[in-house]
Design a protein around this ligand. Structure first.
Ligand code: SF4
Ligand code: SF4
Length: 242
């Protein structure tokens, strides 16, 4: 489906994620689960934990833990949209990538095409499902549920076309520090992160699955030591039922 052209009065919804403030509490992903009744083991929003060797506050080498909230990146050049055989995915004039569930044929081509693990098939509704920035809340002037739930003001949301909005002020203040995940995929994500490559090492990107939904096992407590050693092996063991 073609991309709509924004008019001057059209809001441009945008999200930024300040990893420097994230405490890994999962309030955002839990709020998302509740808001959208996301089925067990499937995710619209997921918080990744990443352990690495770094420096503590005193400058000494120490194990560090970083947190990465992840969701649909609302890509400007979205591979899910191009892959959908029924043209059920569109990027609207307000910058949000949405799925028309009425015409979704559950072919999973969108899931296979997404580099960020953002889409799953809702096993009850039997249609593809992903973050649409809580469009039903935007319609009535509310913020996305994850933004409202975060106790640390990590998720900055608003109308990027309004220079006075929270997102515009955040972008102005932190512009040079902002980055996208997996830039090599060329999807031009509209979700921008602060702290990628510094607070959160880029190695965390390897945990975001390409071609399937977020893995429910990536933050199980009993896999943390193995995750540190070899993330890929752990996922293989879990999937193999070991
Ligand atoms: S993150 Fe995935 S689902 Fe979201 S717009 Fe990009 S390709 Fe599509
Ligand atoms: S709710 Fe906020 S602090 Fe907690 S994990 Fe999500 S983004 Fe991080």
């Amino acid at each position: 489906m073609s991309q709509a052209i924004p008019s001057p009065s059209q809001p441009q919804w945008a999200l930024a994620i300040d990893t420097e403030r994230c405490i890994g509490c999962h309030a955002c992903s839990v709020a998302c689960k509740v808001e959208h009744a996301v089925y067990l083991g499937m995710f619209r929003t997921k918080v990744y934990y990443h352990d690495f060797q770094g420096r503590d506050a005193a400058g000494k080498q120490a194990m560090r833990r970083a947190f990465l909230p992840a969701l649909c990146m609302q890509c400007e050049d979205a591979p899910c949209l191009k892959a959908c055989p029924t043209e059920s995915i569109r990027r609207d004039a307000d910058g949000v990538v949405r799925i028309d569930t009425a015409s979704c044929d559950r072919s999973r081509d969108c899931i296979a095409a997404c580099p960020y693990g953002a889409i799953h098939i809702d096993p009850v509704a039997q249609v593809a499902d992903k973050c649409d920035l809580c469009s039903h809340r935007l319609d009535v002037g509310m913020q996305p549920a994850c933004v409202e739930a975060c106790p640390a003001d990590v998720l900055v949301f608003g109308n990027a076309a309004d220079p006075g909005s929270a997102i515009s002020r955040f972008r102005k203040k932190h512009g040079p520090e902002l980055a996208v995940l997996k830039p090599e995929e060329g999807t031009r994500p509209a979700v921008h992160y602060r702290g990628i490559g510094s607070v959160v090492p880029r190695a965390v990107e390897r945990k975001l699955p390409k071609g399937r939904n977020h893995d429910p096992f990536t933050y199980e407590v009993d896999t943390w030591p193995e995750l540190r050693a070899d993330y890929g092996t752990v996922v293989g063991k879990v999937k193999g039922g070991a």
